[in-house]
Design a protein around this ligand. Structure first.
Ligand code: NDP
Ligand code: A1CAB
Length: 272
């Protein structure tokens, strides 16, 4: 069987992508090979998705014809690049497209490791797991329209896709890549506030989650500016403005701005 999709690193994001690509029929299980160091994890992925597995990354490179998807931690990238340096990928009949989702690792480093191969750098996020992700992509020097279509097809299976210039990829990482964690913190803290105000935990969790989900849906569907929605909720002399005054006092907006900036800077550091 021809292997079309190879995943190097079957962790959180690797599995999120893999599960949707198979569920949506973008790739058949029999066309996928996953490489991972941990055999218990490989056993799980094999059993769950019926894919071929290996502990040898070079097998992925030699077998796969369409996409090699890198989903390891940025910290192990140089070890992997070293490992693959000896493989003659260029002389394969079909050179695969390399898609990297590694935070911070720039196209220049990827293209130095995969000489003359088409490379696309991408930054998805964890809502990809339920098809509600957003991925920013930017293309390397050796890509063509077909490679871009492949990347669009892969990431469209897990949510929205935007194309950005590479100079913006660290900022994307700081906002939408890391953003699900900020929103999860918000949901948790809102529920804690409800419990503090006397609500039972289960009801507080449900109210907090649905409030965030519903607000996002409202903004998304109506295209209303967030400031307008805030104004609509805020009755003169009412409850909401009392809450907002506390948020402003605590530096809520500034904390989020600083969080995105800090994550962006960390992404830049990871690429050095
Ligand atoms: N988590 C997220 O929300 C997002 C993550 N990313 C990026 O995705 C990448 C993966 O992140 P995430 O899924 O969270 O991390 P995980 O640690 O969950 O996944 C990485 C996987 O790679 C495996 N691995 C380690 N070394 C090797 C190796 N030499 N060869 C093959 N596989 C190896 C790890 O195995 P083991 O555990 O045994 O070491 C692990 O299963 C990162 O580069 C991150 O920047 C991008 C967008 C969002
Ligand atoms: O925290 C990280 O480094 C990764 C990249 C974006 C989300 N998670």
């Amino acid at each position: 069987m021809t292997m079309k999709f190879g995943l190097i690193g079957g962790g959180v994001m690797g599995e999120a992508l893999l599960s949707r690509l198979i569920a949506r029929g973008i790739y058949q299980s029999s066309e996928v090979i996953v490489s991972e160091p941990l055999s218990s994890r490989l056993d799980f992925l094999k059993q769950q998705y019926d894919v071929a597995v290996t502990t040898d990354n070079s097998e992925v490179f030699t077998q796969v014809k369409e996409v090699v998807f890198l989903a390891v931690k940025p910290q192990v990238f140089s070890a992997i690049a070293q490992e693959l340096a000896d493989i003659d990928i260029l002389n394969k009949e079909h050179s695969p497209l390399i898609i990297s989702i590694l935070a911070g690792v720039p196209l220049s480093q990827l293209e130095a490791a995969f000489v003359q191969l088409p490379v696309i750098r991408a930054m998805p996020n964890t809502p990809a797991t339920v098809g509600a992700g957003i991925t920013a992509i930017c293309s390397g020097a050796y890509t063509n329209a077909k490679h871009q279509q492949i990347a669009q097809r892969v990431f469209s299976a897990v949510g929205e896709v935007v194309e950005v210039s590479e100079t913006l990829m660290d900022a994307v990482t700081g906002l939408s890549g890391s953003g699900p964690a900020y929103v999860a913190l918000l949901v948790e803290a809102l529920a804690d506030g409800g419990v503090s105000a006397g609500l039972p935990r289960a009801i507080a969790n449900q109210l907090a989650l649905q409030t965030v989900l519903g607000t996002a849906k409202l903004l998304h569907e109506t295209k209303m500016h967030p400031a307008e929605l805030k104004d609509r909720v805020t009755s003169p002399g009412g409850t909401t403005i009392a809450g907002i005054a506390k948020l402003e006092q605590a530096g809520f907006r500034s904390a989020l701005i600083e969080a995105v900036k800090a994550a962006t800077e960390r992404s830049q550091e990871l690429g050095k």
